[in-house]
Design a protein around this ligand. Structure first.
Ligand code: XLS
Ligand code: NI
Ligand code: NI
Length: 437
């Protein structure tokens, strides 16, 4: 059997923060209990198939660069099987419990729709054996309704009903595959569900088409007994200028408008949040407050670049804030932390893939420890409680329980002196956060 990641013999080990071994975890200690659960249970790491195994390093100015050893056969099905072997080798070496894929990542598209479906079924059968043999599970599956040129004008939102139907048929099979592999979630990222010019677009029609599409999916899932969580992944732009699923608030509104809210949660990607002009923690909080934070695509953007650079996360302060949202809502449920991230074009060695994931897992593990400390310590919580304390009693309580009226508040205000502004203590809190290690 070919060994694809020879620099790790068995499994990446936890060696502690003092270790100088680049191929060891400094913080991720799978069985360490943090706040009552193990790191493995809380973090639920997942490796993504597309960037890690199918990424070639291609960019608009240069073709593929990596020539991965699992991607060299002339026969596309052989490539798919070799990739599966490489993938499961990496999952096990990293000790991650989950992976994610698009249908077209794991199996090649055939000459006809039927052939594509057959290819998928064959690879899924093999993947199922490998899952059983290794215990690695599928976090989520999804369908690629954006790479093939047929989807140039969209998948579910396509102005041509034939292509909408094609997309529906493709999702049917991707859902079958996810179900067959025990996938715990199913994701919709609206690849080309958006538009480039208002001049040729009937937005109302397209949004209604998408809603109809989702209703068909829900009905079908019910018929086959798929009980995984459906997730929508917002992104504001790229590939189209106006993506319909701009950000969390937009998606939640869409779900409510079309009576879909009970069937979906959201999958929040850090880089998509920043592209929408929000922070990662803002998007997580919008979802969490609505009871809709289902899963996370863990990555980061570059603050100087306006596109989805999909870099591996490495900002401890940002990830700590993200973990605070996750811990406060009691974990991610059936979701997880999926590294929707790619090594840079210049990182041409397969070993770079190991460093990338090890670093990403360690940042989250480290952030988890700090976030738990912040919660246990209680100081941050006390500052926040104090800031809103005036809503606990008197007029504040009346506002919150709905007994206040504009008249009653006017009468109260007339009896008071001018209100005094109290400090928001931003610098104090920033220093407090920096005091945890
Ligand atoms: C692209 C998205 C995509 C989804 C899965 O920007 O992040 O990778 O996660 O379709
Ligand atoms: Ni993503
Ligand atoms: Ni992305």
């Amino acid at each position: 059997m070919t060994i694809y990641f020879p620099s790790v013999e068995n499994q990446v080990a936890y060696e502690g923060a003092q270790s100088k071994n680049p191929l060891a975890y400094k913080y991720y200690d799978a069985d360490r209990v943090v706040g009552g659960k193990t790191m493995k249970e809380i973090l639920r790491f997942s490796v993504c198939y597309w960037h890690t195994f199918k990424g070639t390093g291609i960019d608009p100015f240069g073709w593929g660069e990596y020539h991965r050893p699992w991607d060299r056969s002339q026969d596309p099905m052989q490539r798919a099987f070799h990739t599966l072997e490489a993938a499961f080798e990496l999952f096990q070496k990293l000790g991650v419990p989950y992976y994610c894929f698009h249908d077209r990542d794991i199996a090649p598209e055939g000459a006809t729709f039927k052939e594509s479906c057959d290819n998928l079924e064959k690879v899924v059968a093999r993947a199922k054996e490998m899952q059983t043999a290794t215990g690695v599970k599928l976090l989520w599956g999804t369908a690629n309704l954006f790479s093939n040129p047929r989807y140039t004008h969209g998948g579910a939102s396509n102005p041509d009903a034939h292509i909408h139907a094609y997309g529906a048929a493709q999702v049917k099979h991707a859902l079958d595959a996810t179900y067959e592999l025990g996938g715990e979630n199913y994701v919709f990222w609206g690849g080309r569900e958006g538009y480039d010019t208002w001049l040729n677009t009937n937005m109302k029609h397209e949004r209604e088409q998408i809603a109809r599409f989702f209703h068909m999916v829900i009905d079908y899932a019910k018929r086959i007994g798929f009980t995984g969580q459906f997730l929508i992944e917002p992104k504001p732009k790229e590939p189209t200028k106006h993506q319909y699923d701009f950000d969390s608030a937009t998606v939640l509104d869409f779900l409510r408008e079309f009576d879909l809210i009970d069937h979906f949660k959201l999958n929040i990607e850090a880089n998509h949040a920043t592209l929408a002009g929000h922070t990662f923690e803002h998007e997580l909080t919008v979802c969490s407050d609505a009871g809709k934070l289902g899963s996370i695509d863990a990555n980061r953007g570059d603050y100087l670049l306006g596109w989805d650079t999909d870099q591996f996360p490495n900002d401890l302060a940002e990830i700590t804030r993200a973990m605070l949202v996750v811990l406060k809502q009691g974990g991610l449920g059936s979701g997880g932390l999926n590294f929707d991230a790619k090594v840079r074009r210049g990182s041409v060695d397969t070993e770079d893939i190991l460093h990338a994931h090890i670093g990403g897992m360690d940042i989250f593990a480290h952030a988890l420890l700090i976030a738990q400390q912040i919660l246990d310590d209680g100081e941050w919580d006390a500052i926040l409680k104090k800031r809103y304390a005036s809503y606990q009693t008197g007029v504040g309580q009346e506002i919150m329980n709905g007994t206040a009226t504009l008249e009653s508040l006017e009468a109260w205000v007339l009896q008071q002196e001018e209100p005094v502004v109290t400090s928001g203590q931003q610098e104090l809190i920033e220093n407090l956060f920096n005091s945890y290690h």
